[in-house]
Write a protein that binds this ligand. Structure first.
Ligand code: SF4
Length: 351
């Protein structure tokens, strides 16, 4: 049997799918094409996210099938509100991230280098999803783009088993990676727009235009897309900043795109107090006045901003409490009072 290249890694040794050698031979650097950092990885080194390593002129992923966390979550937790409401997704995370956000709410795994965990083959993960009676899969917790190779296999198998597939992501994959995800069965995606260009550059060390490009592309590829902004005092809570994000959603993705304004709590290196509820309420009112139809408030269980209201007659069509779906009153995806179509996927999945 071949000796494993990475004996410390619980996953199998898998070649990174998207890579471009920048020279000949085992000492040549390689460009990683998984995300838009497009790292040039020198021989023996790892890229920015520490999940891809150049070993003797070939780039390998260090997190293929390596699971740091696993739980069955309501789809509302992603959050995806217009996608198979009340269903449960077997949700899996691995290690590390390609962003630098100092407020990360999942920092224990996103700021860690690949460091152990249990190995799940794609077939085992999909079998577990069925065994747990979940309706779909979700790759989340840390940045799922970094699990690209594993995700593609999971999605193919899951789709064949009649399950849906979702990502909770910062949206920083290359277009090539996004297209592969769509081709292999990615159905729904929640993308975090973390702020305006300046905030994303300063705190996440990234270019928010890539995120907008991928949001548009995902929509064109037929992936159901919802947007989240964690509203953080001093980072993106100015009305003008939130207005600019709302305007961009309207312009690039259209008024029917759900936007989740979620409350921040201190985590990792950020100690600012939690976002005032009024800040979120004002931001929601502003976004609705711009013309967005489905604007939600998250991380405040019991807030009326968790519900879906018909944009025509204001009837409450979906009621939620925290992560729970309380009532789906839609009839065939339409408002029961006035018949307005409420956009979404799988509204009536229970049959
Ligand atoms: S996935 Fe992104 S951050 Fe990681 S090595 Fe590749 S290009 Fe760099």
């Amino acid at each position: 049997m071949r000796r494993p290249l990475f004996p410390e890694n619980p996953g199998t040794t898998v070649r990174a799918l998207l890579q471009e050698p920048l020279g000949e031979g085992p000492s040549a650097p390689i460009r990683c094409l998984t995300c838009e950092r497009r790292c040039v990885v020198a021989s023996g080194e790892t890229g920015w996210c520490r999940t891809r390593c150049n070993r003797e002129g070939v780039l390998y992923t260090l997190i293929y099938g390596v699971v740091s966390s696993l739980s069955a979550n309501p789809i509302e937790k992603k959050p995806l509100y217009h996608f198979y409401p009340g269903s449960v997704a077997l949700t899996v995370g691995s290690w590390s991230c390609n962003f630098a956000c100092p407020w990360c709410q999942n920092w224990e795994i996103s700021k860690a280098s690949p460091s152990g965990g249990e190995f799940f083959s794609p077939a085992r993960f999909v079998a577990e999803t069925v065994r747990w009676r979940c309706q779909g899969t979700s790759i989340s917790f840390n940045e799922p783009t970094l699990s690209l190779e594993w995700a593609l296999e999971v999605f193919r198998l899951a789709r064949a088993a009649g399950l849906y597939n979702t990502f909770v992501t910062n949206g920083y994959m290359t277009e090539q990676a996004l297209e592969l995800l769509a081709e292999n069965g990615l159905d729904g995606m929640n993308v975090d727009v973390k702020g305006d260009a300046e905030a994303v550059r300063e705190f996440c060390k990234a270019d928010v235009e890539v995120v907008w490009r991928n949001l548009r592309r995902a929509r064109d590829l037929g992936i159901w897309v919802e947007v989240t902004t964690l509203v953080i005092p001093g980072v993106n809570d100015e009305p003008a900043v939130l207005r600019s994000i709302g305007e961009r959603i309207l312009q690039d993705l259209g008024p029917d795109t759900p936007w989740h304004l979620t409350r921040y709590y201190p985590a990792y290196r950020f100690t600012a107090p939690p976002t005032p509820v009024r800040t979120l309420e004002k931001a929601r009112e502003q976004a609705l006045s711009l013309g967005l139809r489905y604007v939600y408030i998250g991380n405040i269980p019991g807030h009326p901003g968790e519900n879906t209201y018909c944009p025509t007659c204001s009837t409450t069509v979906v009621r939620r409490w925290g992560l729970q779906l309380l009532e789906n009153r839609l009839r065939g995806g339409c408002c029961p009072s006035c018949g307005t179509v409420i956009p979404g996927v799988g509204w009536g999945w229970r049959g």
